[in-house]
Design a protein around this ligand. Structure first.
Ligand code: FAD
Length: 434
């Protein structure tokens, strides 16, 4: 018998329930990735670049086990159905995703495959605890984080699965060409020079190095902007090059792991909300968001890191340069946009999404809603004091100097309050200090 495994955002061999079930349940397996123009066209160049690297590693890993990665271009549902028919597959396996478009695609796929009698089976693997597995009494998902965390910590987690030793692919199937780096040209946003390299090997190397050296001290330094000592695993998690469950199991047994596990629980929390409410790309529009007039000049200054607020500009320029931003800087820049410039959170979320390697619907929208006060578990009208944030989380100003070269000549915390006119053509503050 033959089973097709449709890879999406689960680009790994370790702890991959859908692949594991196929390899143990069928004689032949067709590992498939579909380059779908409808999906890629809306994807950030930074994420496409990551994807290209991750697919190359996935193919190499499968080849090392006697298999291969089959690559097709076109509509995901049509191509998957065609491959299933061509190979006489009995089933298609996928890892369950969250959000409205993923749910719609799963439904379309189940319908299309159902005609010729091919079964679609959906597996866990994108989160530690599958969305929908934990429910509060009287509801279908948790709206508040703390009770979710308690349920999450005491839930029975499944055991992590080993990578398969061998993958036997049907000899007749044409494997197709891997995309090259030029595919990134089709995406949105700019390509960041210092972005994370994609793939399971890089991700596993990073897990090993970071858990050995920095996990123990994580809680004390996670908000330190210039120290930059968080795991930087978010891009790898976004593409499933590392299994969140495997990571959580490692962290659970190491000193300092509790604070880190809490971050993975936040990730699961946003995923279960996105799943239950079928968040769509246009989710969260509330009248008070859309009715406001947007300060377009202010928004453009924020996007390009030229608001004249050094800590905000450093964050926005880190995003442009690396396709990544430190969590504390994401909070500061998002707060500035929504609370001080009064720009609807959706505009900011879309800009982030066009650049972040880790950009994904659940985490991006979940966090933006939280900051903007439109989410569930949130303190409304919370407005940061910028200077206090800057002095507390970048006390000697190194984070600002790293990303804002115009201000490199100003030493110490004075960099947070540059003189006027500022050196190097750095703009004056768009907004007066509150
Ligand atoms: P670490 O501190 O090492 O945390 C480990 C992992 O836990 C992260 O890789 C991530 O998967 C998860 N995590 C940590 N914090 C959060 C959080 N607040 N919410 C959900 N998961 C979390 N994260 C994304 O992965 N994609 C996004 O699109 C995204 N958009 C954001 C937008 C805003 C406005 C804010 C405030 C935060 C956003 N985050 C997003 C969450 C967080 O900023 C990043 O996950 C984190 O900075 C990634 O760095 P790290 O891997 O070094 O994190």
């Amino acid at each position: 018998s033959t089973i097709v495994v449709l890879f999406t955002r689960d680009l790994r061999l370790h702890d991959h329930p859908a692949l594991h079930a196929a390899v143990t349940g069928a004689e032949r397996v067709v590992p498939l990735f579909v380059l779908d123009p409808a999906v890629l066209g809306a994807c950030a160049r930074n994420r496409i670049a990551y994807l290209v690297e991750a697919l190359a590693e996935l193919r190499a890993g499968l080849r090392g086990r006697g298999g291969d990665l089959v690559v097709r271009e076109g509509d995901t549902v049509a191509e998957t159905t065609r491959i299933a028919a061509e190979t006489g597959a009995a089933a298609v396996h996928v890892s369950g995703e969250v959000g409205a478009s993923a749910a719609a695609r799963e439904l379309d796929l189940a319908r299309a495959l159902g005609g010729p009698g091919v079964r679609l089976r959906v597996f866990p693997g994108v989160t530690v605890v599958p969305p929908g597995a934990l429910t509060p009494s009287g509801g279908d998902h948790y709206r508040v984080f703390t009770p979710y965390l308690r349920a999450w910590e005491s839930a029975a987690w499944r055991a992590a699965l080993p990578a398969p030793d061998r993958v036997a692919i049907p000899s007749t199937v044409a494997v197709g060409r891997l995309p090259g780096p030029s595919l990134a040209g089709t995406g949105t946003g700019t390509l960041s020079p210092d972005r994370t390299r994609g793939g399971e090997d890089s991700a596993r190397d990073r897990v090993r190095a970071w858990t050995a050296s920095a996990l123990a001290g994580y809680e004390g330094v996670r908000d330190d902007l210039s120290g930059d000592r968080t795991s930087r695993l978010s891009g790898h998690l976004r593409f499933g090059c590392v299994s969140p469950l495997e990571l959580a199991l490692v962290a659970r047994n190491l000193p300092g792991g509790t604070a880190f596990l809490r971050r993975l629980a936040w990730r699961d929390f946003h995923h279960q909300a996105a799943h239950a409410r079928r968040w769509a790309d246009d989710a969260g529009h509330r009248p008070r968001d859309t009715d406001r007039r947007t300060d377009e000049d202010g928004f453009a200054a924020w996007c390009s890191g030229r608001t004249g607020a050094p800590v905000v500009d450093a964050g926005m320029r880190q995003l442009l340069r690396e396709g990544f931003m430190h969590n504390r800087a994401r909070m500061i820049t998002a707060n500035y946009l929504t609370r001080l410039l009064s720009v609807p959170w959706r505009r900011g979320a879309d800009h982030f999404h066009s650049l972040l390697v880790d950009g994904d619907l659940a985490n991006n929208h979940g966090n933006w809603r939280w900051i903007a006060g439109t989410g569930d578990d949130t303190r409304s009208n919370r407005r940061f004091n910028l200077l206090r944030q800057a002095r507390r989380f970048d006390p000697d100003g190194s984070y600002v100097r790293r990303y804002v070269p115009e201000l490199r000549g100003i030493s110490g915390p004075e960099v947070h309050t540059p003189p006027l006119p500022a050196p190097g053509g750095y703009p004056p503050p768009l907004l007066p200090e509150p």
